[in-house]
Write a protein that binds this ligand. Structure first.
Ligand code: IMP
Ligand code: MG
Length: 184
């Protein structure tokens, strides 16, 4: 799976620097997080998993299959807008879930917490919709954010401060289909 020619056929010939987390290592952490999420909520409670697109699409698919509770799934698309090609750092919701959050146990799922800008804007917005509880699950945490509106309760890996691709993470929309996480 991760042999050189197989990797190059997925990257269009571009070399990746190194594999940071193998598919097996990811599966192990996703399994652990699924078990921890299961144990955190009392039996019989329903969980609403909200994935932040696009980066979390593979992670959410794997994670929800490891949660042994009734689960519903929705997604949010957040985008930062600016004038011209400058980002203002302002986060807008491009797709907003139809799901009602009021009185529900919500687990927000992020691919990677980097600067925390996205989360710090989203969390107050979601809290304003009065969920019974709001927790965060992040596959990767770079621990660079000065202050987070919500610390992730479940983290897959404490990630190095390198640019990572694969398993949903992109560089200019490429490499999301790599089954492992790599550094470019
Ligand atoms: P933040 O707002 O800086 O915490 O990061 C927001 C988003 O940027 C994340 O959800 C990712 O989609 C993307 N991102 C941050 N770091 C990386 C990276 O190393 N590789 C790919 N995408 C990243
Ligand atoms: Mg991205």
């Amino acid at each position: 799976m991760t042999e050189g020619s197989e990797v190059r056929s997925r990257t269009g010939g571009r070399e990746i620097r190194r594999i940071v987390y193998s598919a097996d290592a990811i599966a192990e952490q996703v399994g652990r997080m699924g078990r921890e999420i299961t144990e955190y909520y009392p039996e019989g409670e329903e969980i609403l998993v909200i994935g932040l697109l696009k980066g979390s699409f593979i992670f959410v698919g794997d994670l929800v299959r490891q949660i042994a509770r009734p689960v519903q799934v929705d997604f949010l698309v957040a985008g930062s807008y600016g004038s011209g090609n400058r980002s203002s750092g302002e986060v807008q919701l491009l797709y907003d879930p139809g799901a009602e959050l009021r009185d529900r146990h919500v687990v927000l799922v992020e691919d990677i917490v980097d600067s925390g800008t996205t989360l710090n804007r989203l969390v107050p917005l979601l809290r304003g919709r009065s969920p019974q509880s709001l927790e965060l699950c992040a596959l990767l945490h770079k621990h660079l954010a000065f202050e987070l509106a919500l610390e992730p309760r479940w983290v897959g890996f404490d990630a190095p401060s390198e640019f990572l691709i694969g398993y949903g993470l992109d560089q200019s929309e490429n490499f999301r289909n790599l089954p492992f996480i790599a550094s470019l």
